[in-house]
Design a protein around this ligand. Structure first.
Ligand code: NAP
Length: 637
């Protein structure tokens, strides 16, 4: 399913014109400007663009037609390459792409994204290419063949560094392999949620479901010839850094329970954060008489039609399961402890039509500008809504003017969906500011709640009993099956694996019970030649694309490896003061953001309230921090 090349002989002008009809006019305009340098289109369009999404663009019909006519003309003439825009033009184009002023910080990042070979532009360039024996001596073990592990492998392969991926499952794909619950899918648009160098013009939907996502990652393993390097059904249980050999000694366990030893100069953890199911601390779980399972351990044989299903939890997973099974079950009882903010998105259930797919594959720069629009709309464009304005009056309700605006927008949506059901409305509107928990996209959740066979239960659960769920007031909700949509154990990152660094210190002793920290989320002093992908403070909560974060992290890791190899040293680790300073900055920034705000509960914080899981940064900040590599921040020995 990965992309083939664009059409080699383009269709004639009339045919192109017809195909352009389905593509977004604002995005076409950006492609046109980049191809031709004709700036006047920007000024003509600017007043009609209120945001980066296609449903925030209000160009008059005549202007839309003119853009498509001109683009058809230049494409039919065979124009496929424009001059790279200068800074002023790029600034103007970004403003039109988003309907807002975009700061100059984005220019360098966008320039990189607009290069023709987006794999090369993100790959390591050696300054003094090491010889073959030096490359061989820098061998890497990557733990995990999910999104991050596969990307690290691709970049190591590009650089000529040998690697092995050790994967506990019997297939690649990580979270997209493991989660098979009904409705499982992504809630970041796919044309953004893909590797920058592997855009996939063929996504069937704007927000793909699990099977298509898993196939994408599985195909990556073939396309980049990674399979010979992957050891499936093998779990790393322990890794120890040996100071004498300056190598990691790794203990792995196969499916048959046998352990084996491996060794590597460099160790990369790519195990992800959301893969150890958290069962609710409710008494009696094991006493339930029917099938009971966590969303991430969905029983593929579970036949829900006609059953009475009790579902505990209304986060991102519950939000996908509920509407998927509600039409078929006899009764769905949803136990909600706290409501989530939910945003509507007209594209959430929409398929991508063929004309749009054609434009993505064949109109030069269309896809890149589309990605930037999604990047803005789903990540950095929201960032100001997360910051506490100390002068803002009603801090229980919202944090600042933009946060209040988003709250009103979501509330309006809830009110319109539940106009005739004030009883439900009262239960679903959160009493905390928007973005305090992970934002959800409306998966027809409110329509589902209105179904006659669905109950939203907000009273406190007392215990699980064999026949169902007993409430504090003694009432029992009888159920045939119990679905636990109760999230993941996140606080003990990397467990159950044990990682012993210099002096035999175990990573979790360094971190304490639930206080994971790393420099840039990647490296920890005392753990030489060890890199963590999707590490502490790198998960995204308000939106965004986790693949972007991984691409940034891997770039930084590759630069560290370059430093190691080119300098002829055997180990590299970050300096303690760099680690401490960075984490202080993370904490100071978080202290002024929504997730630490008064009364907020979410899975991002440890028991002392410190946010350890998610990033406080804009994506562009993390891109900048990880693009630069300063050898002085590291100790080489
Ligand atoms: P989650 O967001 O942590 O939600 C867990 C839910 O279970 C919450 O509603 C929580 O209530 C409830 N809960 C937990 N313990 C409970 C108890 N003892 N009694 C009653 N209710 C209880 O977990 P998730 O939905 O699996 O999502 C986890 C993360 O995975 C997401 O934040 C997201 O990053 C990712 N994810 C993404 C997608 C996607 O579409 N891309 C899909 C699924 C998951 P409280 O809120 O009151 O704690």
């Amino acid at each position: 399913m990965l992309d083939s090349r664009p059409e080699s002989s383009p269709p004639d002008r009339a045919e192109i014109r017809r195909k352009l009809e389905a593509a977004d006019p604002a995005t076409l305009l950006l492609a046109l400007v980049q191809l031709t340098g004709e700036r006047h289109w920007l000024a003509a369009a600017q007043p009609f663009i209120r945001g980066p999404m296609n449903y925030q663009e209000f160009l008059p019909e005549e202007l839309r037609g003119a853009i498509r006519d001109r683009l058809a003309e230049v494409l039919a003439d065979g124009l496929t390459k424009g001059r790279p825009p200068d800074d002023a033009l790029l600034r103007e184009m970004m403003a039109v792409a988003t309907g807002e002023t975009v700061a100059d910080d984005y220019i360098a990042m966008m320039r990189e994204d607009l290069t023709d070979d987006t794999l090369q532009s993100r790959s390591l360039r050696w300054r003094k290419p090491p010889d073959a024996s030096a490359l061989q001596a820098a061998d890497v073990v990557i733990i995990g063949a999910g999104m991050s592990g596969l990307y690290a492998a691709i970049q190591l392969r590009q650089a000529g560094i040998p690697f092995v991926i050790v994967e506990k499952n019997d297939a690649v794909g990580g979270t997209w392999y493991e989660n098979v619950y009904p409705g499982c899918g992504v809630d970041t648009p796919n044309h953004f949620y893909s590797y920058a160098f592997e855009p996939n013009h063929g996504w069937s939907h704007y927000f793909a479901k699990r099977d298509e996502l898993w196939r994408y990652f599985d195909d990556i393993a073939d396309k980049y010839d990674l399979r010979p390097h992957i050891r499936l059904s093998t779990e790393v249980v322990e890794a120890r850094y040996d100071e004498t050999s300056t190598r990691w000694q790794i203990t792995a366990r196969g499916a048959d329970g046998q352990t084996e030893q491996m060794s590597a100069r460099v160790l990369v953890s790519a195990v992800g954060v959301l893969n150890r199911p958290k069962l609710p601390d409710i008494e009696g779980l094991s006493a339930f008489a029917g099938p009971a399972f966590h969303t991430a351990q969905w029983d593929r044989n579970f036949d829900w039609p006609g059953k009475r299903v009790a579902m505990i939890g209304t986060g991102a997973s519950g939000h996908q399961v509920g509407p998927s099974i509600a039409p078929d079950v006899a009764r769905l009882m949803i136990f909600q402890r706290s409501p989530h903010w939910v945003v509507p998105n007209p594209n959430y259930h929409a398929g991508v039509d063929d004309g749009k797919k054609w434009a993505l594959a064949n109109v030069p720069y269309y896809l890149r500008w589309y990605r930037f629009q999604l990047f803005w709309g789903f990540a950095d464009g929201l960032h100001d809504a997360l910051k506490v304005d100390p002068a803002w009056p009603d801090q229980d309700r919202s944090l600042n003017a933009l946060n209040e605006k988003h709250r009103r927008f979501m509330e309006r949506h809830m009110r319109s969906e539940l106009a005739e059901r004030p009883d439900l409305l009262e239960k679903v509107v959160p009493d905390y500011p928007a973005y305090g928990k992970r934002i959800l996209i409306d998966n027809h959740w409110f329509r589902m709640l209105k179904r006659a066979n669905v109950d939203l239960v907000t009273e406190a659960i007392e215990r699980i009993v064999p026949e169902g769920v007993r409430m504090k007031d003694g009432r029992i909700h009888p159920a045939d099956a119990l679905v636990l949509a109760t999230g993941f154990k996140v606080s003990k990152m990397l467990l159950p694996m044990k990682v012993f660094g210099r002096d035999g210190r175990e990573l979790h002793d360094v971190w304490g019970d639930d206080d994971a920290k790393a420099y840039l989320g990647l490296t920890v002093p005392g753990f030489p030649n060890f890199f963590i992908l999707t590490g502490p403070n790198t998960t995204l909560a308000h939106g965004g694309n986790q693949i972007f974060m991984t691409e940034c992290g891997v770039r930084h890791m590759m630069q560290a490896l370059r430093e190691l190899l080119e300098s002829g040293h055997r180990s590299i680790e970050c300096r303690s003061e760099v680690y401490e300073n960075y984490n202080r900055k993370v904490d100071d920034t978080h202290a002024r953001m929504v997730w630490t705000h008064q009364g907020m509960t979410n899975w991002y914080r440890n028991r002392h309230g410190r946010v350890f899981a998610i990033t406080p940064w804009r994506l562009v900040d993390y891109w900048k921090m990880t693009s630069r590599f300063d050898a002085a921040e590291y100790e080489l020995s």
